[in-house]
Design a protein around this ligand. Sequence first.
Ligand code: NAD
Ligand code: DAU
Length: 346
Amino acid sequence: MITGGAGFIGSHVVRLFVNKYPDYRIVNLDALTYAGNLENLEDVKDKPNYIFEKGDITDETRITELFEQYRFDGIIHLAAESHVDRSISNPLAFVRTNVLGTVTLLNIARQFWGTDKQGKLFYHVSTDEVYGSLGETGFFTEETPYDPRSPYSASKASSDHFVNAYYHTYGLPVIMSNCSNNYGSHHFPEKLIPLMINNIKNSKPLPVYGKGENVRDWLFVEDHARAIDTIFHKGKVGEKYNIGGFNEWKNIDIVNLLCSIMDKKLGRAAGDSAKLITYVTDRPGHDMRYAIDATRLNEELGWKPSLQFEEGLEKTVDWYLQHEEWINHVTSGDYQHYYDDLYAKR
Ligand code: NAD
Ligand code: DAU
C-alpha cells in the first residue's frame, strides 16, 4: 500500500513501483484532498498491478477493511497535509492527518502483523523540516536533534516519534526517511517553484517572502522516488535515512533563474519576467536554511542524485508549459480562493 499516491511525490513513487515491479500489487490509498489528483496517474491507471482505493488514513474502519482485503505486507506512507502556509492558518488539519492518521495506520499494521512480522515493513516518508532551521553553515544529519518550528513540521516530527515508538515498544518493522525540498512535474502550484512558473506564464506578480534570502536544498522528485525504492528494499529496519540533493539555493536566485529560463521559452525579452518579482510580508517563523547531509544513504545504500538543478528545472518548466490542461484543472475553483486569501494578507 502506498498512501498519498495521488499527490506530488506519491504519484512519482506509484509510477516507479508499478512500472518497475510488475509482480507487486500496488494499492494506492488516497483521500483525494485538494492536493490529490488522479490525473497524476493517467499513464499507470490501467496497469494490471495497480489499484486505487479512495480512503482517509484517519478512518479506522476503512483502513481495517483494506487490510482484510489485501493483506498488505509493505506500506509506504506519504499521505499528509504538506504545505507550511496552510498549517499556519489551520494547524488542526495537520494534527488530524499527519499525527492521528499516522498512528491509525501504525495501530492497524501492528494489529494485522501481530507476532509474524517476517517480510513486513512500514516505511514512513518524512521531511528535513523536523530538524528546524540552520544558520549559515552546517548540515542536518540523522543525529541532529528535532526542533520543528511550524505546525506542519511539528506534526511531521510528532508522527516520526510515533513511528520510532512503535519500533521500540512493539517491535513493528519500520524505516523512515527525511527528505529536503522536492521539485518536478505534478507539483501543486501552492509551492514555490510551480507557483512561480504559473505566475510567470500568466504575467502575475511573483510573491517572494521577506528578502528572498531563505535557503532550501532542492532535489528532483524522481530522485526522491528512487531513494524511497532503494531504502524500501535495502534499508535497515529501525533506521532513518536523510535524502537531499547537496543543492542549496536562495529563493530569490531560484525565482531569477526561472524568470530567465521562461523569458527564453516564452520569447520574452531578457529581464521581462523578473520585473514581476514582488517582495511580500515574510512567512511567520520562516525557517532560514535547510541543508541535508545524505552521506549515510550514499555510502550505505549507494544512492545519489541523478540530475543537476538547472537541467531539472528546465525539464520542470517544459512539463508545465506542455500540460496547460493539468494546471488549469488544479488552479480552478478552490485554488483561487486559497491564493487570494493568503496573498491578499501579505
Ligand atoms: P502533497 O500535498 O502533494 O500530497 C499529499 C497526498 O496525501 C494527496 O494526494 C492527498 O490527497 C493525500 N492525503 C492528504 N490527507 C489525507 C488523508 N487524511 N488520508 C489519505 N490521503 C490523504 O504532498 P507531497 O509534497 O507529495 O508530500 C508527500 C509526503 O512527502 C508528505 O508526507 C510530506 O510530508 C513528505 N515530504 C514532502 C517534501 C516536498 O518537498 N514536497 C519533502 C520531504 C518530505
Ligand atoms: O523541506 C521539505 C519541505 O519542503 C516539505 O516537507 C514540505 O512539504 C514542502 O512544502 C517544502 O516546504 P517549504 O516551506 O520549504 O516549501 P515552499 O515551496 O512552501 O517554500 C519554499 C521557500 O519559498 C520557502 O522559503 C518559502 C518561500 N516562498 C514560498 C511561496 C509559496 C516564497 O517566497 N513565496 C511563495 O509564494
